[in-house]
Design a protein around this ligand. Structure first.
Ligand SMILES: Cc1ncc(COP(=O)(O)O)c(C=O)c1O
Length: 367
């Protein structure tokens, strides 16, 4: 059968390959999802939705109450003042990224993406028939406004930023976000700001570029914040004309996000937030165990300030990932996130302290 160039040009995600490699005998430091169960009050809201028969389609944009809650969240936490008509609820941040790029990218348009960066950015840019253009990261793995300005060409249409970042754990500073927003405004670029790790920050603060400039598509999700990856709820806000275009695609490919999950997301956003802080504290403990282990083995790493990833430098990284796997420890080679990930390995610490300690012992033996 003949396949489209659109799909031929993209590879199966390196992360998926690791997901599929996982078995009972392995310790998985490869996965990008919290290992916590979804908090009880969120699950109860979904059960109630099922029992009350809330099982049909919702509005394409998402349930009005949920969009109201998202408006409130953006206002309280991000200084973004949107109306419910400027909010769309999607099947995870993944769909929001997809329909954002589909809406604004024309064939051949360049999209600046962090290298290394989250695997979907480049693939979704290709699917939108755009051209991903690598943004080299600074020594502490953030994006500087100067680098953005240097990489812009007449073809550049958008830039994707992701703070805290996957796979690096880096958190952009306020000055960097402000500077990137100014450059984007000067060159009329749309910023796609992927903020899914917003609540998992240990050092530094989360700043949304939409605080500084209007031409931003801000994307978030309940996935990482509330341990809800499988529920598939993401959301985005942008100027109303952008949301209108995104909605056209969303209504044909998705119709609406799952009704039951929307009720759960409403409970997540409007219910008690203690669970978010508790999970963050546990991630912090795990990060510190991992970093201490790296220090003991003299493994060098850029200090991760957020998300649940560390991105140390390891000689012969690809080979080491294979060797770790052979001994039952799954990690992800840095190259899965772009060419500049070479010489790095991504360690996800979204697993128990015991697993991390055990993995460190195994790695110590191997090294
Ligand atoms: C940076 C980043 N953005 C988006 C996503 C996808 O999020 P969702 O599960 O809500 O689609 C991930 C998942 O790993 C991610 O790391």
């Amino acid at each position: 059968m003949k396949f489209s160039a659109r799909t031929r040009h993209i590879d199966i995600s390196g992360i998926r390959k690791m997901f599929e490699a996982s078995g009972r005998e392995t310790i998985n430091l490869g996965l990008g999802q919290p290992d916590f169960d979804t908090p009880e009050h969120i699950k109860e809201a979904a059960i109630k939705a099922i029992q009350e028969g809330f099982t049909g389609y919702t509005e394409n944009l998402g349930m009005p109450e949920l969009r109201e809650a998202i408006v409130e969240k953006f206002q309280q936490e991000n200084n973004i003042y949107a109306t419910p008509g400027q909010v769309i609820v999607t099947a995870g941040a993944s769909e929001a990224l997809h329909i954002a790029l589909q809406s604004i990218i024309e064939e051949g348009d360049e999209v600046l993406i962090p290298n290394p960066g989250f695997v979907s950015y480049s693939a979704l840019t290709h699917i939108a028939e755009g051209r991903p253009k690598d943004l080299p990261l600074s020594k502490n793995l953030t994006i500087s406004p100067e680098t953005v300005a240097e990489e812009i060409t007449p073809k550049t249409r958008a830039i994707i930023i992701n703070s805290p970042g996957n796979p690096t754990g880096a958190v952009q500073t306020k000055d960097e976000i402000k500077g990137i927003s100014e450059v984007a405004e000067d060159y009329n670029l749309t910023i796609i700001s992927d903020e899914v790790y917003e609540h998992i920050i240990y050092e530094g603060e989360h700043i949304s570029p939409a605080e500084y400039t209007e031409n931003v598509i801000t994307i978030n999700a309940t996935s990482k914040t509330y341990a809800m990856t499988g529920w598939r709820i993401g959301y985005a806000t942008a100027p109303v004309e952008v949301i209108e275009q995104m909605t056209k695609i969303h209504q044909y490919i998705q119709a609406c996000a799952t009704s039951i999950s929307q009720k759960a997301a409403l409970a997540a956003l409007t219910g008690p937030q203690d669970c978010v802080g508790e999970m963050r504290m546990e991630f912090l403990k795990r990060r510190n165990i991992l970093l201490k282990g790296f220090d003991e083995m003299n493994i060098k790493y850029p200090h991760p300030k957020g998300a649940f990833y560390a991105f140390p430098e390891v000689a012969n990284a690809e080979e080491m990932v294979e060797r770790f796997l052979h001994h039952g420890v799954i990690t992800t080679p840095g190259t899965a996130f772009g060419s500049s990930g070479s010489g790095h390995i991504r360690f996800s610490y979204a697993t128990s302290q015991k697993n991390i300690e055990q993995a460190l012992m195994i790695i110590k033996d191997i090294l």
